[in-house]
Design a protein around this ligand. Structure first.
Ligand SMILES: Cc1cc2nc3c(=O)[nH]c(=O)nc-3n(C[C@H](O)[C@H](O)[C@H](O)COP(=O)(O)OP(=O)(O)OC[C@H]3O[C@@H](n4cnc5c(N)ncnc54)[C@H](O)[C@@H]3O)c2cc1C
Length: 282
């Protein structure tokens, strides 16, 4: 493994250098996905462009929402005071990413751009209808995260574009989010299935599932049923979601077992949201 390490002094310099180098360069955030891919010989970039020190690591709050800088670490998400009640699914997902050493360096932006179908934070962000912000040679643009994710390992990002932030609206008072992950161990484990749910009393329902298809997916049919019928439809929503996914058979779990997990975890995540709203904990 041999590459040159670059630490540009501005976002524009990083973008210009990435544009110049094309496929020979990769942006480096925490490196917890990238360096493993390089080590395993899957990619061999000649240049790594660090995104550290460019002001992308803050978590900002506006009157109506939050903007998480792409370089914010999972540990920063876990500890953010604004994410402890209605947005608790963010802390639940970030808290089970790797171990503490990983969470101290691995970033929210890396979790999104790496585009693993098993990325734990991504279903939560999808359930929050999050929007990604990108900056590149042609300026800045934003789009729904759901559109940004294309398939395993592929997003709508242009090679020189930097994901600068991910933003979402603050959920209303009577709402809750919940995240559940099934793995073969309780720690340092890639998800066999992960599920995020977001419920607003008498209104919106969102369900997103990781590790069940070639990318993290939302479940619009199950969501529509819950929005129409409420708690009476939680079990059926799980069944609909299980029918809609196309998981793989691999060393971690069979496709059949993954579908059973989807049905169970979707129902449980929705029940947990409803319980929190009813108990006034959200
Ligand atoms: C031991 C271990 C355990 C892990 N456990 C989990 C787990 O339980 N759950 C989970 O979801 N993940 C897990 N991971 C994977 C990884 O830690 C996360 O996906 C993490 O969020 C990646 O962030 P990073 O900052 O390290 O990204 P990097 O490795 O630096 O980057 C990943 C990819 O995204 C690109 N990139 C990064 N940031 C940007 C940006 N702002 N703009 C444009 N491109 C960018 C890079 O070029 C690279 O292609 C684990 C990894 C390890 C090593």
């Amino acid at each position: 493994m041999s590459f040159a390490f670059h630490r540009p002094e501005s976002l524009d310099a990083a973008i210009a250098f990435a544009r110049e180098q094309g496929d020979a360069a990769r942006f480096l955030a925490g490196g917890t996905d990238l360096l493993i891919q390089i080590n395993r010989g899957r990619i061999a970039p000649k240049h790594l462009i660090s995104l550290a020190g460019l002001g992308l690591d803050t978590i900002g709050e506006t009157p109506t929402g939050y903007v998480i800088g792409a370089m914010a670490t999972h540990e920063a998400v876990v500890n953010h005071p604004g994410f402890q009640t209605t947005l608790t699914a963010l802390t639940q997902a970030s808290a089970v990413i790797g171990g503490r050493q990983v969470r101290n360096i691995a970033t929210v932006g890396g979790n999104i751009v790496n585009a693993s179908p098993a990325a734990d934070l991504v279903p939560v962000l999808l359930a929050l209808d999050a929007t990604v912000e990108l900056r590149g040679a042609a300026g800045t643009r934003s789009m729904p995260l759901d559109r940004f994710l294309v398939e395993r390992g592929r997003t709508d990002r242009r090679p020189e574009e930097i994901l600068t932030a991910v933003g979402f609206d603050k959920p209303p008072a009577e709402s809750a989010t919940w995240f559940l992950k099934a793995g073969r161990r309780k720690a340092m484990e890639i998800s066999v299935i992960c599920v995020a749910a977001h419920l607003v009393r008498g209104g919106k329902a969102r369900i997103a599932i990781g590790a069940a298809a070639s990318r993290t997916v939302r479940m619009p049919d199950a969501e529509a049923l819950v929005e129409k019928q409420g708690a009476a439809a939680f079990r059926e929503a799980g069944r609909i979601a299980a029918d809609a996914v196309a998981p793989i058979d691999d060393v971690r779990a069979s496709a059949r077992y993954r579908k059973l997990l989807v049905a169970t975890l979707v129902e449980r995540a929705l029940l947990a949201c409803a319980d929190r709203i009813a108990g006034g904990e959200a």
